[in-house]
Design a protein around this ligand. Structure first.
Ligand code: ADP
Ligand code: MG
Length: 230
């Protein structure tokens, strides 16, 4: 795994907490994440939110939090939260000693759903482009994704979801309930509007979004700003 050596002092990579704050303001449904800068604070927030909770490393230097032992899910009580906090800090110190660390993101454990991903990248020719796909192996191995140029019309959002080969997964199969495709379309439209209005955003990822029979929620979020935007 390659890792940047110098810390991201310009903070072009927003943390999950910062990214979700922006997305929430844009009306996009996210699992709320709050920053804790000590184990004690993480426990307090967990109690307020209700167990089980998830802790994640909050750092402008870490792109993939799981890769550095920076995600702990299903924490059931104060003791587990405390040790997760300490383990995470120790792991980051060992793997990336120069990283700037804000603390940890604390959030409730979302019930599992069908994992989808949404993202934005900028194309040299077309400018901002939205991407949609199913999570996990569908994207990583099968590259089963679809793209549309921003700003999207409602019809584009509907089509890009149905364009992927894995679409039947969202329609429900073998007794699985169908996912709320309308909620996904709505999220794509809000994302399109958000990136269209904010040209200082260079890249964006919602990975994963959990799709439910009723609704959808972004569990993880990453926003990258243009160098000249900070
Ligand atoms: P990263 O992509 O930076 O490694 P994520 O925030 O995506 O970190 O977390 C890794 C995985 O942990 C997710 O793909 C998801 O399966 C699970 N996860 C993360 N946050 C939650 C949450 N709030 N509720 C339930 N599962 C979660
Ligand atoms: Mg993720």
């Amino acid at each position: 795994m390659s890792m940047k050596v110098a810390p991201n002092t310009k903070r072009t990579l927003l943390t999950e907490v910062e990214s979700k704050q922006l997305l929430e303001k844009a009306g996009i449904n996210i699992v709320k994440a709050r920053l804790a800068s000590s184990a004690k604070e993480a426990v307090e927030l967990s109690k307020q939110m209700g167990f089980p909770v998830v802790l994640k490393i909050a750092s402008p230097d870490i792109v993939h939090k799981s890769d550095v032992g920076g995600v702990k899910v299903g924490l059931q009580n104060a003791t587990q939260v405390k040790s997760a906090y300490r383990e995470m800090m120790a792991s980051i110190k060992e793997k990336f000693p120069k990283a700037i660390v804000d603390g940890v993101s604390v959030q409730t454990m979302a019930k599992s759903g069908v994992e989808v991903i949404m993202g934005m990248t900028k194309d040299a020719q077309f400018g901002p482009v939205l991407m949609f796909g199913l999570g996990g192996i569908f994207v990583e191995i099968l590259k089963d994704v679809s793209f549309r140029i921003v700003p999207l019309a409602k019809r584009d959002a509907a089509e890009m979801i149905r364009d992927i080969k894995g679409y039947p997964v969202l329609e429900g199969y073998r007794g699985q309930a169908p996912s709320d495709v309308a909620a996904l379309e709505d999220m794509i439209m809000k994302l399109s509007e958000f990136v269209d209005k904010n040209p200082q955003i260079k890249e964006l990822d919602l990975n994963p979004v959990f799709a439910y029979p009723d609704g959808a929620v972004a569990v993880d979020a990453r926003v990258v700003l243009e160098d000249d935007a900070v």
